[in-house]
Design a protein around this ligand. Structure first.
Ligand code: ADP
Ligand code: MG
Length: 182
């Protein structure tokens, strides 16, 4: 049986985690064995579960290095990864190895950082994936389709863990307008 890679990407609040949980729940209904991972640095809500902004959650294993995923996935059929932009670059090989072993690999992550630039290994993962779904949020300024994550605080660090207090979803135009959009 062949494996494959599915990528779910989009801005913050676009429903990536919600969509990942939806797909994994359907695999559970089909009695498939699943394993879910997230980077250990993402501790915003819960150290074990992955949690969406509308409070769906599913148990997961936090891992420091992407390679650790291979130790936990021997007998599972579906592997889910959330916040994939925060994994180290070996995540590309790990996803490929899992898919080559016949597993369905579902990867969710931010396609762009707060500067609007491609984030981490997401471009490479999108290149090697069989399927890509780009989900969208609602622009918090104008209500149009939002593709960008706008940072409300002045920090210049690429990784600044936060939620609606620090980021808002914006369409391209309101993202580019910055503070002037408000
Ligand atoms: P992601 O993983 O992409 O950050 P989640 O799956 O965690 O997204 O959350 C999606 C949920 O976030 C939506 O169902 C909605 O309840 C909520 N939400 C908050 N702000 C927005 C927004 N600006 N646009 C769309 N959904 C939003
Ligand atoms: Mg998420």
């Amino acid at each position: 049986r062949t494996g494959w890679i599915e990528v779910i990407c989009g801005s913050m609040f676009s429903g990536k985690t919600e969509e990942l949980i939806r797909r994994l729940n359907r695999a559970i209904i089909a009695k498939q064995k699943i394993q879910i991972f997230k980077p250990a640095l993402d501790k915003r809500y819960h150290t074990q579960n992955i949690v969406s902004h509308n409070d769906n959650s599913i148990p997961s294993t936090p891992v420091g290095l992407a390679q650790e995923i291979l130790q936990y996935t021997n007998d599972c059929e579906v592997v889910g990864l959330d916040e994939a932009q925060f994994f180290d670059e070996s995540v590309i090989d790990v996803c490929e190895t899992l898919a080559n072993f016949g597993k369905r690999v579902i990867v969710a992550g931010l396609d762009m950082d707060y500067m609007g630039k491609p984030f981490g290994c997401m471009p490479q993962l999108m290149a090697i994936a069989e399927f890509i779904t780009k989900v969208h949020a609602v622009c918090m300024v104008c209500g149009e389709v939002a593709s960008h994550s706008y940072r409300l605080s002045p920090s210049g660090d690429r990784v600044l863990l936060g939620e609606a207090d620090l980021y808002e979803a914006r369409c391209r135009r309101c993202f580019n307008l910055g503070e002037l959009a408000e």
